[in-house]
Design a protein around this ligand. Structure first.
Ligand SMILES: NC(=O)C[C@H](N)C(=O)O
Length: 306
């Protein structure tokens, strides 16, 4: 079964004209991460590389292309977790960093803390020699257009969140059977300044434990946090459920209990994987045994050689 990487480009309702391009980036990221795994790289290296590629891609709501907060600014959240040791690192509400996922990994590797936030996270980035990028370079015309539209008092607040979700994430199992997860986001469109979502919170935006598996999640952050979605899925796997059954059960619970929609990518340590969502769409891609699987709408599982 081993190794495998599964990548997502966010759960939501993706406008038709953007649906096609949302496949492209996740396929590229899964291919790049798979080649790392095939050449003996770690699950952690693979998920960070996949997520950094998607942060650099303006199509997704992470890194460049992030949605804007109510003041028209970019504040990003990211998390990594290593299934070998349960070590994790996160940044929240961080600004002017091209790759928050790499900064989250530095928090894990270079500090005794799990999460650094806002200005403290920026200061840490400077200490680590991570270059500061101009805020303008991270803002796309599309993000600014959506922000402006959502400031209109007549905008339907539900509709404004569905057009662009696009959080990115990845889970992987390497040749040694280690698992890891990584998740990165600009959050929710027109969120309050300082709002922290599920993504950087351990057990919500992701979780990885070599004894059970790894999860990266996307969707409405406040409801994901209410049910600690990633850890809930792993709880069901501990009770003997497959990644697919566990994802279905936890997503159904989140929908019934707190009316939340979302999506997840999941692996177990043997390399069994799944990509499931309760939202209308989620772009995802998985690479294993020289096959690339991908999809966007429910029921899709296209395959082609890696
Ligand atoms: N698009 C998303 O997945 C949003 C993210 N979960 C958040 O609430 O910040």
């Amino acid at each position: 079964m081993l190794p495998v990487v599964v990548v997502h480009g966010g759960a939501g309702h993706i406008p038709k004209d953007r649906a096609e391009i949302s496949y492209v980036g996740v396929k590229e990221a899964a291919r790049a991460a798979y080649s790392i795994l095939r050449s003996g790289g770690s699950a952690m290296d693979a998920v960070v590389e996949a997520v950094a590629m998607l942060e650099n891609n303006p199509v997704y709501n992470a890194g460049r292309g992030s949605v804007l907060n109510v003041k028209g600014e970019v504040e990003m959240d990211a998390l990594v977790m290593d299934g070998r040791t349960l070590a994790s690192g996160a940044v929240s509400a961080v600004r002017r960093v091209a790759n928050p996922i790499r900064l989250a990994r530095l928090v894990m590797e270079k500090t005794s803390h799990l999460c650094l936030t806002a200005e403290g996270a920026s200061q840490f980035a400077r200490t680590m020699g991570v270059p500061e990028v101009p805020e303008e370079s991270m803002i796309t015309d599309y993000a600014r257009m959506r922000w402006k539209k959502n400031l209109d008092p007549d905008t339907n607040p539900m509709e404004c969140q569905t057009g662009k979700m696009g959080t990115v994430g990845a889970v992987a199992v390497d040749l040694e059977g280690n698992v890891a997860c990584a998740t990165s986001t600009g959050g929710m469109t027109n969120k309050m300044e300082g709002r922290v979502g599920d993504t950087p919170c351990v057990g919500c935006g992701g979780y990885a434990d070599n004894h059970i598996g790894a999860v990266s999640s996307t969707g409405h952050g406040e409801t994901i946090m209410k049910v600690t979605l990633s850890r809930l899925i792993l709880f069901h796997m501990e009770q003997g459920k497959s990644p697919e059954e566990a994802s279905d059960e936890a997503l159904a619970y989140m929908k019934e209990r707190v009316h939340g929609l979302g999506g997840v990518v999941v692996v177990d340590p043997k390399g069994v994987w799944s990509a499931h969502f309760s939202s209308l769409q989620m772009s995802w891609a998985a690479a294993q045994q020289e096959q690339l699987h991908y999809g966007l709408y429910h029921g899709e599982d296209f395959t082609e050689p890696v």
